[in-house]
Ligand binder design. Structure first.
Ligand SMILES: Cc1ncc(COP(=O)(O)O)c(C=O)c1O
Length: 453
């Protein structure tokens, strides 16, 4: 059961209720059930105002990599704060941004030479979409006014990003009249990521999906400025893990039809899927790459859109030609955020972060596989340190109705048991920080299992 809040909190929560509009929230619910106050972050744990500690099983909206309050990241923030907090980035530059671009170069595919800064995942995507369109326009491909995207994709909440996300869901459907023109392609989930998979017929299904991609480009390829996808893992769409072979096919078709390939690694980047970037598992490179979330280890808002020299070249001209990329945000390349991002990348170089993540993944794999024994769990699966499964009503074998709020109730029960999880509809997932000790992850899966029992 939840412990009571200290007496300073009810008054603060009243102020919260009077003045704050929270994201992704039906605010009416907060009348009865206020947001949960958090007072500290320590390693893989969050400390709630009622004194309870909970394991951050969603890495605070998929951002936190090395754990909360990592001393090296906090020290970098403090050092930079003593020098330069912020400065306009148009016509000016600074050391943390230059160092970040240089550090990242060693981790990127060699074709991605140019680095454009913004401040969240959605804007990284907006930048990529605008760059792709403008580059095509400036090289004489004015008919390329559409985008291609995957069904069940999610790329952020600004209107451009919404336009290339899945349309047929509660978040985006109502904005339909306002959105970019987008053609969508379905890809199957990869049964090889599942614990109880039956691979009979998989080779044929993969061939059909590859053929589907070829047909899609045959129909739409000449009109697309770019195709955007979350490589290997469609996260907000329900932790759909899709096959690298299809990413290879997407790359090939983009090349054949002169369509730019944008990979959105806002969630999958920085070691989450078992490799530093997910796309390297398909041994391909995109033309544009969107990064955010783990870029600063989950400490500061920052994002990057990486582009090829060919794309950069489409904007390179005399001033009077009007070909510059006229886009930028007030906090573009904020020095504090860049300094923390450098410190986070340095941790990957100086400490065995990827090896720890591999060990965490192994432990999660054996623990998560045991969920198969529960009648209310279907299709448990794992990619790197992202574990997911579908929740069903054991009585019927069907997903719970959305009215039953089963996922939300599980979230609340788990919090009382010391774990933060937040199912997406009927998709249960567990994505702790990469630095989570394996025994804590094992305990967390045990907690989930006990709650479901
Ligand atoms: C793949 C992907 N792209 C873009 C975004 C949007 O990022 P932000 O919430 O920082 O705008 C998200 C957020 O979850 C995401 O998962």
């Amino acid at each position: 059961m939840s412990s009571p809040l200290p007496e300073s909190w009810p008054g603060r929560l009243l102020l919260d209720r009077s003045h704050i509009w929270h994201p992704f929230t039906q605010m009416k619910e907060h009348e009865q059930d206020p947001p949960i106050p958090v007072i500290a972050g320590e390693g893989c744990d969050l400390v709630l105002a009622n004194g309870n500690r909970v394991l951050d099983g969603i890495s605070s909206w998929w951002t936190c990599l090395h754990g909360h309050g990592h001393p090296k990241l906090m020290a970098a923030l403090e050092r930079q704060g003593a020098k330069l907090d912020h400065v306009i980035f148009a016509g000016f530059t600074h050391e943390p941004a230059i160092e970040l671009a240089a550090r990242l170069r060693t981790k990127l595919p060699p074709n991605l030479t140019r680095c454009f800064f913004s401040d969240n995942g959605s804007t990284a995507v907006e930048v990529a979409l605008k760059m792709a369109f403008q580059a095509q326009l400036q090289k004489g491909q004015a008919q390329r006014t559409r985008f291609g995207a995957l069904h069940m994709g999610y790329h952020g909440d600004t209107l451009g990003a919404v336009g290339v996300g899945e349309l047929d869901n509660f978040m985006t459907g109502l904005f339909r009249p306002l959105l970019l023109r987008c053609d969508r392609l379905a890809v199957p989930e990869d049964p090889r990521r599942e614990f109880d998979s039956n691979l009979d017929g998989w080779a044929e299904a993969l061939e059909v999906a590859q053929q589907g991609i070829r047909s899609f480009f045959g129909i739409h390829g000449d009109e697309l400025a770019a195709f955007i996808a979350e490589p290997l893992l469609q996260a907000a769409g329900g932790m759909r893990m899709w096959p690298p072979e299809l990413l290879v096919e997407l790359r090939a078709q983009c090349d054949l039809f002169g369509v730019y390939l944008i990979l959105d690694e806002v969630m999958t980047g920085f070691g989450r899927t078992g490799s530093f970037f997910a796309h390297s598992q398909a041994e391909i490179a995109p033309d544009l790459l969107c990064l955010s979330k783990g870029l600063t280890g989950g400490v500061m808002p920052l994002s990057l859109t990486l582009a090829t020299e060919e794309i950069y070249g489409c904007f390179w001209a005399d001033y009077a030609e009007g070909k510059a990329f006229l886009h930028g945000h007030s906090y573009t390349a904020n020095p504090l955020a860049c300094a923390v991002a450098c410190a986070s990348l340095a941790l990957f170089d100086e400490q065995p972060v990827m090896e720890q993540a591999a060990r965490l993944s192994e432990t999660m794999k054996s623990a998560w596989g045991r969920l198969l024994d529960l009648p209310g769990v279907r299709r448990p699966r794992i990619l790197g340190t992202v574990a997911a499964a579908q929740l069903v009503d054991p009585a019927t074998g069907a997903p719970y109705s959305s009215k039953s709020r089963f996922g939300w109730r599980l979230h609340r029960r788990a919090l009382d048991a010391g774990l933060l999880i937040r199912p997406i509809g009927d998709c249960l997932y567990f994505m702790p920080p990469l630095g989570t000790p394996p025994d804590r992850a094992e305990e967390a899966v045990e907690t989930i299992s006990n709650l479901l029992k």
